[in-house]
Design a protein around this ligand. Sequence first.
Ligand code: ATP
Length: 429
Amino acid sequence: MDKIVSLAKRRGFIFQSSEIYGGFAATWDYGPLGVELKNNVKKLWWNRIVRSRLDVVGMDSAILMHPDVWEASGHVEGFTDPMIDCLTCKSRFREDMMEKPGQCPNCGGKDLTEARMFNLMFKTEAGSVEGSTQDVYLRPETAQGIFVQFKNVMTASRLKLPFGIAQMGKAFRNEITTKSFIFRSREFEQMELEYFVKPGEDEEWFDYWVSERDKWYKQYGIKSEHLHLREHDKDELSHYSKRTIDIEYDFPFGQKELEGIANRTDFDLKAHIEKSGKDLVYFDEQTRDKFVPYCIESSAGVDRTVLTFLCDAYEEDVIDNEERVVLRFHPAVSPVKVAIFPLMRKEPQINMAKDIFDSLKGCFNCMYDQTGSIGKRYRRQDEIGTPYCVTVDFDSIEDKAVTIRNRDKTDQVRIKAAELKSWFDGKFE
Ligand code: ATP
């Protein structure tokens, strides 16, 4: 894990937030490569869940919502973690983080408080006039934005069951245990799908979505042996869930949740019907039935997915008797798709390499690099997972051909520069 954290910082994937002020706990900033990687993760999710399907639409709701939303959803009452304070070292930890019963996981001290419940929602105030402000919460999940707009989205898009509404966006939780890099932070992003079905068809759809989501990770290169489906025991289920399966990943710090798939039944829509007094029922035109749909949720963390891709891609190997670090990202995930180099820092080669950069930059993310030996430049790209490097050499000026070097096999092909665009076509999907 230390190697990944240090690579992430050195190469500009992920930095500690507010680092020059000593950092701010459990918040992270994405650098130039990190933002590309994260955007790729979101794009691949959105394309699969929303764009490629007839039965799912997207939306983007506000982070601040009416405080009653969180009363209705049960978050004000129940979104809590049992926390214990160590009176010896003053650390606070979640009850389930205790490795040995009655012993502080930080200092081993035994002078502990009883477990006390802490709400994980961040509270703030809306309005600026003293006395007229209103307590509001930063959303701890994006899902409620979907439930409260269920009727509007369904009507506007003329949707018939089964159908889904998806959104991606920031969520905030005042987590106490915040180690493990971007795995658990206080500000993070979620990618959530709420898929509405007829009651009675929920179990079948639940299985369908577990399998779809599992396939998605594998398709983009996560090794099957590192992914596990873990069913929640009855006493572990959230207050809204009839059944939950977590997709877990073997992180360097253990097997942990990457995504949760839950059968939320009609819990949320019913809760909002009751609290708001609004009619959020579904009318089946064929059977003339009115009912509240059941909902299957797939809830994945963007940051945890980024971390999963980083951990799974990280490898050290030896090429030409030289050790290298390589991120073996699936090409669709790689932050940079193609790096372009002039072999020598000479004008005709530089100009040709920059022309190639200009001709490709509109199609996918490219990088230009003219410093250091060619071997060093390859290593720099391997370390950030760039699948292809294009080199313009002395002969290129005459024959208008360039060399393409592949990250994984490190083999090379020579093709006409004019054919590059079509050669790369379809390679980053
Ligand atoms: P955990 O048990 O790890 O705290 P959770 O069960 O509370 O997670 P959910 O409420 O199911 O998580 O949230 C859905 C997804 O959102 C998680 O699978 C995870 O990918 C992501 N997520 C939740 N909390 C965080 C966090 N603090 N930092 C980063 N991602 C998070």
